[in-house]
Design a protein around this ligand. Sequence first.
Ligand code: NAG
Length: 541
Amino acid sequence: EEPAKQMPYNDGINIIPTPVSLVQNEGSYKLNKNTQIYASTPEAKTVAAFFAAKMNTATGYQVAVSDKEVSNGISLIIDENLDVNDEGYTLDVTTENTNIKAKTPQGLFYGMQSFMQLLPAEIESPSVVKGIAWTAPAVTIKDEPRFGYRGIMLDPCRHFIPVENIKKQLDVLALFKINRMHWHLTDDQGWRIEIKKYPKLTEIGSKRIDGEGTEYSGFYTQDEIKDIVKYAADRFITVVPEIEIPGHELAAISAYPELSCKSESITPRVIWGVEDVVLCAGKEETFEFLENVISEVVPLFPGEYFHIGGDECPKDSWKNCPLCQKRIKEEGLKGDAKHSAEEKLQSYFVQRMEKVLAKHGKKIIGWDEILQGGLAPTAAVMSWRGEEGGIDAASMDHEVIMTPGSNGMYIDQFQGDSKIEPVSIGGYDPLSKVYSYNPTPDTLVAQGKDKFIKGVQCNVWSEYMYNTDLMEYRIYPRIMALAEIAWTPMNRKDYKDFERRIDNAYVRLDGHDINYHIPQPEQPNGSCNFVAFTDSTTLEF
Ligand code: NAG
């Protein structure tokens, strides 16, 4: 007898990310209008109901959830002894029935997402599609993710993302088993989260005057945030909030000037880039303000990480500020060969935040500049200026999320010929580059420290994403490459096959009305110089 075939190119099977192990068997399973889903626990039932509703939307069937085991149906079974990790699952599709097992409801959710991807792509349609045989090929799958943190960072500060659009992204990200949405809620160009104790943060800090005098604004109320966090949780996505300190602070300081060293009167920033108007590290009021903000933000986000930013904080205002210098003296923050006194002041700042957040039961995570002046004892690092910060942190046994701009993780960059693409911040990150990134650098593997790499993320900075269509254009399809590098083991990755599977995924994206990028033929050099969507009146780079 011939051994069952491990599909080398998953021929005809389109699951993204590719499962750890997949064997295709003879025949297929067919949904019918009365298919039932059996769920072994109340939580499994919630997962079953979620997918029954989706299937019914596209098929027009009356798939229902049942408390009893059913024949010819789909079974969702919690099995605590299954030999996979907490997010893993097994999926057995036979000509008779479909069985999914997992240790957790999250594992069942991913098993069902894989099953959905075995069905025709029109299963993602928002309304009934007639004339389709809703069959899935018979397969045996055993699957679990390579990394526990599979993320995307969204930036509603530079350009706002309405609640409905965030939900749309969450729907689609969940298809590809992405499980973290890092939400960059404050920056120079806008403070985007309601803080009840400090109403001016949104009254003043969420508004800027763009271009020829038009007001640009937007923020999320705490109720809207709760709604999004719940919507994400229903799709097993944890939202990681980011409140930036001590730089990228113009919006907060325009609302409360006393927070900066010179208490200058400013407005939220209109152009992009970095300015030396930062939180004063000498005033106690700064820390009081942050503690109050944190105590309103923490209850909204149940996840383990709280992101405190930390990137791009110039040090001149601290150098020239008597209160900051007093603090440096009092705390004995002497400059040495490795770190300046002001870098140590930044580390002091971050460590105070670490203590405040620890009291709330949160772990801090920050951009790799938080290594300057000495890393806070329990901090996790998000490595964006290349991999060095992540390598340093992991070799000191700190958790790391890799998101290096140099390795394709900055998907605000061009993904095609800049002469025919909408204007972007620059760079060049085609799909193949995102796909080829491996988040565990060899040097860490050699030291046995790669286990501190907890995951990988793409960042969607929105300086040049004037609307959500442009944002989607940058996100898709590159985020599907991220999904695969975060989930699929190295030896199962295959770019050629990924490109094939993407065609099927585009139909799924169509079902969600996503404005994805389609590769364009490259233009001969110099023959085409127009750039679409420019807004040269407000941009300076
Ligand atoms: C960096 C900034 C960010 C900006 C982005 C554009 C980080 C951590 N910081 O300079 O504010 O939007 O690049 O690609 O990325």
